[in-house]
Design a protein around this ligand. Structure first.
Ligand SMILES: [Zn+2]
Ligand SMILES: [Zn+2]
Length: 338
């Protein structure tokens, strides 16, 4: 089968003919129809995160926003059949038995396998996945639309849910890229008043179209001042991978509010304890999501409440797409089609 393969960190992907994966008894073989390009793919390929570089399989097929059709099912597979449309998320497999799995945090499983990092992902014609973790895609959602929900969508959905939002509260999103533009829609759906912050005006235009009440360009506006004038935000979600976004976002959190750490800069971030204490500010991180979160996000999309801004590109463009992402030029989500 054709695949885009990361042979070595920091090198462009090579396009190769590799052996089609053979599903085990509990696996399905999926013919990939769409695979989203996530900023994490870039961080993995570039070896930006020491923690990930240490566990990166090489050679590796990237891609953890996979949507496709089951073309083969192992002998022990009961819940999926040939022809079903399914997706494969970042959490490729979780053990179901460790402390975290038992507490309902399968997304933090201590034995987890990760799609497109520790096992091959979806920048290929086929991928195999455990049937237990391949999640069915509702008929109303196309594969191209569904793919980005398997990482970007579920990540922002779980993060916002963790802040326990109440209707009418104010939420600010920093970074209106693949994650941010979905966060706006989830927040609007939950009845929150949304402020969008980015450094690119075209992304702010998109934010407005998706229902953001206020939009600010942080290169030309004093965002902290503007948000404070409006009472600051109950929830501030940082979807940007820039440290500068965190440095500003922290000061936009209303006392008792929550800063949601979702975007992942490679630099460390820090906040003054005195201001955290004075405002009883919560800092909450969130890691992708569980299968339950995923089903809820897919249901939201099927109900027409969540539409990913998608541009499709052929698999052969994978390197170009990663380059565009390096330059911060991607608005919405790019999905590779096979
Ligand atoms: Zn991702
Ligand atoms: Zn586990």
């Amino acid at each position: 089968m054709k695949a885009a393969v990361l042979q070595e960190l920091k090198k462009p992907l090579t396009f190769a003919e590799i052996e089609r994966p053979r599903p085990g008894d509990d696996d399905v073989l999926i013919q990939v129809e769409a695979c989203g390009v996530c900023h994490s793919d870039l961080s993995i390929a570039d070896g930006d995160w020491k923690q990930f570089a240490a566990i990166t399989k090489t050679p590796l097929v990237l891609g953890h926003e996979v949507a496709g059709r089951v073309v083969e099912a192992g002998s022990a597979v009961r819940d999926l059949k040939i022809g079903d449309r399914v997706g494969v998320p970042w959490i490729y497999w979780s053990c179901g038995e460790c402390e975290f799995c038992r507490e309902g945090y399968e997304n933090l499983c201590s034995k987890q396998k990760i799609t497109g990092l520790t096992v091959d992902g979806g920048y290929a014609e086929f991928v195999k996945a455990p049937a237990s973790h391949a999640t069915k895609i509702p008929d109303a959602v196309s594969s191209v639309q569904a793919a980005p929900l398997f990482c970007a969508g579920v990540t922002v959905y779980r993060a916002i849910k963790q802040a326990k939002p109440q209707r009418g509260q104010r939420l600010a999103v920093f970074g209106i890229g693949g994650l941010g533009h979905l966060a706006i829609q989830v927040a609007v759906h939950l009845g929150l008043e949304v402020t969008a912050v980015d450094v690119a005006d075209d992304k702010l235009v998109l934010a407005k179209a998706l229902g953001a009440t206020n939009t600010f360009n942080s290169t030309t506006t004093n965002v902290v001042k503007e948000l404070r004038r409006r009472g600051s935000a109950h929830i501030v979600l940082v979807a940007s991978g820039s440290k500068a976004a965190y440095d500003t976002a922290f000061y936009c959190v209303r006392p008792t509010g929550t800063l949601l750490a979702v975007g992942l800069p490679s630099a460390e971030i820090s906040f003054p304890a005195i201001i955290m204490a004075a405002g009883e500010v919560n800092i909450k991180a969130s890691a992708v999501g569980t299968r339950e979160d995923l089903r809820e996000v897919l249901a939201m999309a099927a109900a027409g409440k969540l539409t990913c801004q998608v541009a499709t590109r052929p698999l052969a463009d994978a390197n170009t797409v990663l380059d565009e992402m390096r330059g911060g030029k991607v608005s919405g989500r790019i999905v590779l089609t096979m």
